[in-house]
Design a protein around this ligand. Structure first.
Ligand code: NAD
Length: 410
């Protein structure tokens, strides 16, 4: 009999290709999603650049092409606790992969409503899953998608370890060695929910012995995987707007339609990245390598490389001939930072990472070109701000913008 996996948030950018990859890899996959991301498209009046199809069409095409059935349940994991519990009891899955959270930092900072929605949705979704696994009495491995953003975007001055930090504390004259959780440093309400998820994992792991893997994922770039490329009906999301678009995809799309590349501030920020094709492989590796019983929460840095944003923009400018413009940074963050992550866990388990290369960047650029008529140019600029005194900069400048507040910027 096939091993069963529930994918929470399986209609999303990472969840959809992961569901297909797991199904193709021989797992019996069940998706739960309340389609909230599609509803947010309606709210923001902006759609995925690629035309994503209704869930029933996606699943019917998958069945037709592969003979594999993926079940789908439409409910809210943060609200409908008993549906979740019943599903877990009925299916008895070996693992639950949890993507079902509001995942955009800019969206989480738009207003009090968006802050409260993100906290309410993310913390309740995660807590409901933990609580339901315990109540089911089953031994289900939980794999959660967290973010490298939990470590903060300052310069750590060290290679950031995978979740835990070895420290020496002064215990009255003698040094005691301890292993502690890496200090959380959330840079937005969204990131704050991920750091609070981590506390719930710590508690349920210690109190109830739950086996949990928390994947601290970098910014995902790319759009299609081998599975989503099988047919246009299976195509994955491509977010390009100021709230949901991730930086590298945004730059490639901006280059494709002749919009200046929107570098925030000086472009001195460094970020961690992973290609979507590696995301799906990492999830499978995590499913197949659960923690032992009694093992602390397993934390993997699910990222393959770090890049400086201005250097990235320059690379894309060279590749596609785009113009670079600098915009007042809507985020409250250092103008410049360095990052370096340890990712030994996945490397030891056989991940062969895809790093940034011209072939793949060209492929994404071509997808963006193909669907450019679906782009609403007015949605490109980021209009969410971390604080109300930060200027919404729609014009941009040809020179790096050092100051961030309205008075200082002009
Ligand atoms: P996404 O918004 O495209 O997908 C999330 C899915 O979860 C959506 O389909 C949404 O409808 C669903 N969902 C949200 N709340 C729900 C709820 N309460 N009940 C049921 N379904 C719900 O986001 P994504 O890019 O696929 O990200 C998935 C996960 O990976 C997120 O938790 C995110 O924090 C993490 N992550 C993503 C990135 C990235 O670059 N995309 C980077 C790091 C971490």
């Amino acid at each position: 009999m096939k091993k069963k996996v529930i994918v929470l948030g399986g209609d999303g950018f990472c969840g959809w290709p992961t569901s297909l990859y797991l199904s193709r890899s021989g797992y019996d996959v069940t998706i739960v999603d309340n389609l909230s991301r599609r509803k947010i498209d309606v709210e923001l009046e902006c759609e995925s650049l690629t035309p994503i199809r209704p869930m029933s069409s996606r699943l019917a095409k998958w069945r037709e092409l592969t003979g594999e059935d993926i079940r789908f349940f439409n409910f809210d994991v943060a609200r409908h606790y008993h549906r979740l519990l019943t599903l877990i009891k009925e299916l008895e899955p070996m693992a639950i992969v949890h993507f079902a959270e509001q995942r955009a930092a800019p969206y989480s900072m738009k207003s009090s409503y968006h802050k409260r929605y993100t906290v309410d949705n993310n913390l309740n979704a995660t807590h409901n899953v933990l609580c339901a696994i315990v109540e089911s009495g089953l031994d289900v491995h939980l794999i959660h998608l967290g973010t490298t953003g939990v470590y903060g975007y300052g310069t750590a001055g060290i290679q950031i370890p995978e979740g835990y930090l070895k420290v020496k504390v002064d215990a009255g004259g003698t040094d005691e060695e301890m292993k502690i959780m890496y200090p959380p440093h959330p840079g937005s309400i969204y990131h704050m929910t991920k750091t609070q998820d981590a506390l719930s994992f710590l508690y349920y792991n210690r109190n109830d012995g739950l086996r949990i893997t928390d994947l601290h994922q970098g910014i995902v770039w790319g759009t299609n995987t081998n599975e989503t490329m099988l047919d246009e009906i299976l195509i994955n999301r491509f977010d390009y707007d100021g709230d949901y678009g991730t930086v590298l995809n945004r730059f490639l799309m901006q280059a494709a339609i002749g919009h200046p590349l929107t570098v925030h501030g000086t472009g001195g920020q460094t970020r961690a990245f992973i290609n979507i094709q590696d995301t799906v492989k990492c999830i499978r590796i995590a499913v197949e390598n659960p923690p032992e019983h009694g093992e602390p929460v397993k934390i993997f840095n699910q990222t393959t490389e770090c890049h400086n944003i201005l250097e990235l923009a320059k690379q894309i400018k060279k590749l596609c001939g785009a113009e670079i413009k600098y915009y007042v940074n809507p985020r409250n963050e250092d103008e410049k930072n360095d990052l370096n992550f340890c990712n030994d866990n996945f490397m030891k388990l056989g991940l062969n990472p895809i790093t940034l290369n011209e072939g793949l960047m060209n492929e994404i650029h071509d997808i963006a070109k193909k669907y450019q008529n679906r782009c609403d140019i007015s949605k490109i600029i980021c209009t969410s701000r971390w604080r109300s005194d930060l200027l919404i900069d729609t014009k941009g400048s040809t020179r790096p913008v050092i100051k961030t507040s309205f008075e200082k910027a002009v």
